[in-house]
Design a protein around this ligand. Structure first.
Ligand SMILES: N[C@@H](CCC(=O)N[C@@H](CS)C(=O)NCC(=O)O)C(=O)O
Length: 234
C-alpha cells in the first residue's frame, strides 16, 4: 500500500488537530486500518480547495475529508460501513450533514466570534504564522470568518439562537447514540469518525460554550469520546 499523507491544521489542547474535519479524516483512516503520515500546514491557502484537510496519494492531491474518504475507500478497498443496512446508511448521511454543515458553524462561531474565546483561540489558530505579522492578520482572518458565517446563514442569528441550534444538534447526537457503544452498533463506522472529530473539538477544548455544556451534560457523549480514544488513539 503506498503512502497516504494527510495535510492538516495543527493540534492543540491535547487533540491531534484543532480542525474537526482533520480529526475526522485521521480517525476514519484508523477505523479503516490505513497507515498514514501527517503534515501540518500553517494555513489552508495551499490546499487544492483552499481548505484543510487534503490528502496526497500516488501523486494525487484530493481536497475535502469526504471526497478523500470516498477516494481511499474505493482505491484501497476499505469500507467500515459494509455491514450497515440501507436505513442505517441513509441515517448516517443525514447525521453527517447535520454535524458538518450545521453544528460545525456553531463551533466556528464560538471560537472566532465570542470575545472570551477569541482572545486565546487567535494565537492557536494563527500559531503557524510568524508572531510579528499575527496582530495584522488576525482581524483580517476574523472578518473573513464573519463573512462565511453570514453566507452560511447562521451568522445572522443572535448568540442565544446560535447556541440553541448547536445544543439541539448535540442533543440529537446524544439521543441517537443512546446506550449503544458506537452510533451504528458495537464497532465504529464512518459516522463515528465524524462524531469523534467534532465532539472532541467541542467537548474537550478550553472554549466556553453552552453547546459544550450541553454535550458534557449528556454523559453518553463524553463516554463515547473516551471509548473512541481508547480504541483508536491510544
Ligand atoms: N467540507 C470540507 C470542510 C473543511 C473545512 O471547512 N476546513 C476548515 C478548517 S476546519 C478550513 O480549512 N477553513 C479555511 C477556510 O474556510 O478558509 C471537508 O470535509 O474537508
Amino acid at each position: 500500500m503506498s503512502d497516504v499523507v494527510v495535510h492538516e491544521l495543527r493540534g492543540a489542547w491535547g487533540l491531534p488537530s484543532i480542525s474537526p474535519f482533520c480529526l475526522k479524516l485521521q480517525t476514519w483512516l484508523r477505523i479503516a486500518g490505513i497507515p498514514y503520515s501527517t503534515v501540518v500546514d500553517a494555513t489552508p491557502f495551499g490546499a487544492p480547495k483552499g481548505k484543510l484537510p487534503f490528502i496526497e496519494h500516488e501523486g494525487q492531491r484530493i481536497g475535502d475529508s469526504g471526497f478523500a474518504i470516498d477516494y481511499l475507500s474505493e482505491r484501497l478497498g476499505r469500507d467500515p460501513d459494509a455491514g450497515l443496512d440501507r436505513t442505517s446508511r441513509g441515517t448516517a448521511v443525514a447525521l453527517r450533514r447535520m454535524v458538518e454543515e450545521n453544528l460545525y458553524w456553531t463551533l466556528v462561531y464560538d471560537r472566532w466570534m465570542v470575545e472570551e474565546n477569541w482572545c486565546s483561540f487567535r494565537d492557536i489558530v494563527l500559531g503557524g504564522v510568524p508572531a510579528v505579522v499575527r496582530p495584522a492578520i488576525a482581524p483580517i482572518a476574523r472578518r473573513g470568518v464573519r463573512r462565511q458565517l453570514k453566507g452560511h446563514g447562521i451568522g445572522i442569528h443572535s448568540a442565544e439562537e446560535i447556541h440553541d441550534i448547536g445544543r439541539r444538534d448535540v442533543g440529537a447526537l446524544a439521543d441517537v447514540l443512546g446506550d449503544d457503544l458506537f452510533f451504528f452498533g458495537d464497532t465504529p463506522t464512518s459516522f463515528d469518525a465524524v462524531a469523534y472529530g467534532f465532539l472532541a473539538n467541542i467537548l474537550e477544548v478550553p472554549i466556553v460554550s453552552p453547546v459544550k455544556d450541553e454535550g458534557l451534560r449528556r454523559s453518553n457523549l463524553p463516554a463515547f469520546l473516551t471509548r473512541m480514544r481508547d480504541r483508536l488513539w491510544s
